[in-house]
Design a protein around this ligand. Structure first.
Ligand code: CA
Ligand code: CA
Length: 456
């Protein structure tokens, strides 16, 4: 192991000590030497459009470490109001350069998880989109054409169109569909989901929003800031520790091979990955965040912008903090990033892999006020045989019941929640099982049970 075990995150030590006093020892299956062959699940189809800013380049390294979680249908250069051809433009070769680094760690990544695309497959998905100017959506480009082909194909959606820069290449593709295949607009409105970071040109508000009123758009117009250049001001302690230089050098950028070695840190610290929420939203960790933009997950949480008028969702707040829907998960997603950085150089046996949660019973439950609901993930396991620590908690903001519920045995796999007497029929209560292993780094997965209150 090359991990620096001396500087482990202090909160986890505290959490581990507290939990170990109460939690029963979990069964220790024999650690496997290879990634378990899991049933093939449908992976989200994704298309990245990027303006190549330094923080896009940081985000792309994280993206490539998660490439097995997606069907990568396109990696497309686009412009933004910050960058276009000839204007602080980093060229189109940087993705190729990163794929060369990916090539060098690919064999090791495959030892640790199934489904990583070959470097050749990813190279075959590189396209140049609309880069000639800010907001340029007149030219036919290979990038825009690629988006058209994927949206019109016979395979099911959703297809996530990620705007790491401007939405202009996506807008060009949608305009082509509107003018050449108008009978396909309903299908495409159902199939595509656009995830916008910041809104970096005027093609969304001027073209996409008025012409595609039923297309689902997730606008991380402010929330992405938690992972952008101002992270040190917006992410509170103790999470912030996992972005500072000692942690980044200890777990990501040093001794983890050429891919994360190419990470353009800020004097050793996390620089900015403002665009990462657009794909972290689609990493399946059990939070059910793809079911409804209001549920929330690693890519943030959203609320309808103009209900009944359009299908645009934007930055929701947790506890009055627009950044919290992202930073509340930061310790977990940074440790997950660290595990994947270690996958680049370590064998399966010397790496950590996430717990696999098993929820007994339905994830959607109806219960009357005053009744008790059993919450059971006690059948969960860990592919490395790690011990598991459990925390059940109420994610209050996505639910319509705004009071607090009491959870009995919240630090056990098997817990009970009593539905409060003042909960009204139709109210919803979101309960999260957060399950963390004792591997290095510790890895977390989740289950979400949504209780809908019914009449007695
Ligand atoms: Ca960008
Ligand atoms: Ca593990």
């Amino acid at each position: 192991m090359r991990l620096h075990e001396c500087c482990f995150f202090p909160l986890m030590v505290l959490f581990t000590m507290t939990a170990s006093a109460q939690a029963p020892p979990a069964a220790k299956p024999k650690p496997a030497a290879m990634p378990p062959q899991q049933a093939e699940r449908a992976r989200p189809r994704v298309i990245v459009t990027t303006d190549g800013e330094i923080d896009d380049r940081c985000s792309m390294i994280r993206f490539l470490l998660y490439a097995n979680e997606f069907e990568v249908e396109g990696l497309i250069n686009s412009s933004s109001r910050f960058h276009w051809l000839g204007q602080t433009w980093s060229g189109v070769e940087w993705i190729n350069a990163q794929l060369s680094m990916y090539d060098r760690v690919y064999a090791n990544l495959r030892k640790n998880a199934n489904g990583f695309p070959t470097p050749e497959e990813l190279r075959g998905r590189l396209y140049v989109g609309n880069i000639a100017n800010v907001g340029e959506m007149e030219r036919d480009t290979p990038g825009a054409d690629r988006i058209v082909r994927v949206l019109l194909d016979d395979r099911p959606g959703p297809v996530y169109l990620q705007a790491w820069g401007g939405t202009n290449t996506i807008a060009k593709a949608l305009h082509t569909i509107q003018t050449q295949y108008p009978q396909q607009m309903d299908k495409v409105s159902q199939k595509a989901i656009v995830y916008i970071i910041l809104d970096q040109d005027d093609t969304f508000r001027k073209y996409i929003e008025p012409n595609w009123p039923r297309l689902q758009v997730l606008g991380s117009f402010r929330q992405f800031g938690a992972l952008a250049y101002a992270w040190a001001r917006l992410i509170p302690l103790p999470h912030r520790t996992l972005f500072e230089r000692p942690w980044m050098e200890g777990y990501i950028t040093v001794d983890r091979g050429p891919l994360t070695g190419a990470y353009e840190s800020d004097n050793g610290a996390f620089r900015s990955e403002g665009d990462s929420p657009s794909f972290m939203h689609q990493i399946e960790v059990g939070l059910r965040s793809l079911e409804n933009p209001g549920y929330g997950g690693w890519g943030g949480r959203f609320a309808p912008e103009k209900p009944g008028v359009n299908n645009v969702w934007r930055d929701a707040e947790d506890d009055g903090d627009v950044y919290k829907p992202i930073w509340r998960w930061a310790t977990a997603f940074q440790n997950d990033f660290a595990a994947r950085a270690a996958w680049c150089v370590n064998s399966y046996r010397d790496s950590n892999h996430a717990p696999v949660l098993t929820l007994a019973g339905p994830a959607d439950v109806e219960a009357a006020a005053g009744s008790a609901v059993t919450l059971d993930v006690s059948g969960s396991g860990d592919p490395d045989g790690n011990r598991l620590y459990y925390s059940w908690w109420q994610y209050r903001e996505p639910g319509t019941y705004k009071g607090t519920v009491a959870i009995r045995d919240a630090d056990r796999g098997l817990a009970t929640v009593v539905i409060p007497a003042d909960a009204k029929p139709g109210d919803t209560i979101h309960l999260i099982a957060e399950v963390t292993d004792d591997g290095k780094p510790p890895l977390t997965r989740y289950a979400r049970v949504i209780v809908t209150v019914r009449a007695k």
